[in-house]
Design a protein around this ligand. Sequence first.
Ligand code: FMN
Length: 336
Amino acid sequence: MPGENAAFYVGRVPIHGRMILAPMDGFGDSPFRLICRKFGSAMSYIPFISARAILQDSKRLRNELHFDPGERPIALQLYDDDPVRLRKAALRLLSLKPDIIDVNMGCSNRRVSGHGAGAGLLRDTRKIAALIEDLSASLPVPVTVKIRLGWNDLNRNYLEVAKIVEENNGAMLAVHGRTRQQAYKGKADWDAIAEIKQAVSIPVIGNGDVGSPEDVRCFFAHTACDGVMIGRAAIGNPWIFQERHDQKVSLSELSAVIYAHYEGMRIKYGERLGLLRFRKHLCSYLAHAPRVDKLRYALLTADDHKTFLKLLARAGFSRPSEPLLLFGSQQPSQAY
Ligand SMILES: Cc1cc2nc3c(=O)[nH]c(=O)nc-3n(C[C@H](O)[C@H](O)[C@H](O)COP(=O)(O)O)c2cc1C
């Protein structure tokens, strides 16, 4: 039975686990999502994409929107301040067969929130009600929302927003425990996340400053949330989804992940761009391999495949005889 032993449901979608990789624009590429999913992240998010850009269509976007079947359940995250554009874009994306459509109400970037999208929506609760009701009624898949605690310290309207999302048939709420004004400063407020969990009956996924297996346990004890979302601490450290300490990861395990991730990036983006985009992940992987110090700079600036492979080998990362992962199709879809 597909739903047997589910930790919780998003609408009718069973989620088999309580730890989830956070959407991270620029890092949450499909190969990384797949690795985290295989290591225990219970579902995947494609990081936020503007509804306007979906409606304009672009080849680059199709590649970003492509996912491996092994990543499912998959949420496609959209942002916009216009409910009609959001609906049109979401309807267009249905051809990709997402399991969930998520609306971003958390992005603090001025270019997004300053125009009323992302966390900017938190200032217009009537619009939130209208757009969630409209999306839920128009789409055959569950509609979820990722929020912050409010616009600023004076407007921490998270309880009102959470109830509005629930009343308008939102199927799940993910909460980053900071306001838009805080961006990433200060500590995430787990008390506020616990209050939200008490106030609504849809699943609540809490997020912010969960960086170790101990944090995961503390977080659940503190908030009683249905799930926890992990962002920055997962970069270079997919082992967190196995509730393992990164210091305990062996060189061969690290090598297997590095080669698998790099290979996935090459397939997805092509040889040169794949390497360039992989380098920022590598920077975090290398934090677990202090002995590569002398080769670090060369590895992080290598810009051709052969040189990069030679440097990896010299740094002690040997290619695993059995590849870690069997990627499915990594080719961009032709249309959505
Ligand atoms: C580089 C980066 C990109 C992000 N992109 C997104 C995004 O596309 N959508 C979103 O909802 N949140 C995004 N976030 C926010 C994270 O999902 C998460 O809420 C935040 O990092 C706090 O969690 P953490 O303390 O576990 O990192 C991003 C965060 C980072 C660091």
